[in-house]
Design a protein. Sequence first.
Length: 129
Amino acid sequence: MHRGGEGGERHEGGGEQIVQPTIFADVSNNMTIAREEIFGPRLSVIPFKDEDHAAQIGNDSLYGLASGVWSENLNRALSVADRIDAGTVWVNMYRASAFMMPMTGCKDSGLGSENCMDNIRDYFRTKAI
């Protein structure tokens, strides 16, 4: 586990851009690691006071592709997940999805959706005669 904004070790054979999974502790929501849309195996731990504060932190971003909520209390996790403004919110897991489950972003993340029947409409044009 790394403190503050330190990064993970480079992944053997992965080049400079591939790092080992890394947990960042003691993160605040004003840090770059919490504000940027970073694609990689990392988890930022941000303390919160209550469910409302957790949802506020989760939504304090320009991005909304995906997020994850972990809790021993499933009802609490689902309550927070419902308030998170993201295309996908995983509960007590991450990056698990079914083929027919839509993958879509919101805010400045993503354009349209993929992996679902709704996506097929992007390839058609409706015409009224």
